[in-house]
Design a protein. Structure first.
Length: 256
């Protein structure tokens, strides 16, 4: 092991968006589009409408695009799932201008966002996930993040499991008011969590909880401003010709 410390309702329902009531904004009324069931082709949730999710929305195939300026409200025990049904699917959140907010329609909260291992072309930009009991869960996929705020969960705010990782260049991750750890991640992909424009404080436990016991490639853990908590002894391996180098940035705190 080489350690280097730097001194520096039924989700199978067919998806049926429907026009609901209009909201009085004081100007022209804005139509509310209701969403429920399975998405099987490219779909866009547009900024010229309000959006209400009344049962689980499962992106089974195709890509769901959410335009900047959109607010999506979720009824109790509903959520957004992407590529969790054995097929490749994508999610593009285009909140660079105007932001995108996913939030609860009532004080009861909603279940959150789940991204499965077959997810492709997942990009989260300018996204705020608020009052989701399960937060954001990524299972085995690589996700591009350019601004992700998670505010209010029952347990961990962000979960990376099954080899899930954030793509190179990720920035702007903020987790607050999580009931448990700020982040739960695999030890092998913890290095993809960004420090740039990011904050992981104000939670039940301000820390990154790490599972797994092996690192096989050279990685560097950034100082995230909160400690990394290792659940078990970690073996830093690699090969004889190319041993893995585990680098910990100055100021980083590890807890065992």
């Amino acid at each position: 092991m080489l350690l280097l410390l730097l001194a520096c309702p039924d989700v199978r329902d067919v998806y049926q968006p429907s026009a609901g009531d209009t909201a009085d904004t004081g100007n022209d009324p804005v139509e509310t589009e209701e969403h429920c069931g399975t998405i099987s082709s490219d779909t866009t949730w547009r900024a010229d409408r309000q959006h209400l999710v009344t049962c689980d929305v499962v992106v089974e195939r195709g890509t769901l695009t959410i335009e900047g300026g959109v607010t999506v409200l979720f009824d109790e025990r509903t959520g957004l799932q992407v590529a969790t049904e054995g097929y490749a699917a994508g999610l593009q959140v285009s909140g660079e201008s105007g932001g995108v907010t996913l939030s609860a329609s009532s004080s009861a909260g909603w279940s959150g966002v789940e991204i499965g291992e077959l997810a492709t072309s997942v990009r989260l930009a300018g996204l705020v996930v608020r009052d989701a009991t399960g937060g954001v869960v990524i299972e085995g996929a690589e996700v591009t993040v350019v601004g992700l705020g998670i505010d209010g969960t029952s347990d961990a705010g962000l979960t990376l499991s099954g080899g899930a990782r954030l793509a190179e260049g990720a920035e702007g991750v903020t987790v607050t008011h999580a009931g448990g750890y700020a982040v739960v991640a695999d030890v092998a992909t913890a290095h993809t969590l960004p420090a740039v424009a990011s904050a992981y404080t104000g939670n039940g436990t301000d820390a990154v909880y790490l599972s797994g016991d092996e690192i096989t490639t050279s990685v560097e853990w950034e100082d995230l401003g909160v400690p990394y908590v290792l659940a078990e002894t970690v073996d830093v391996g690699g090969s004889a010709g190319e041993p893995a180098v585990f680098t910990v940035a100055e100021g980083t705190e590890l807890r065992f």
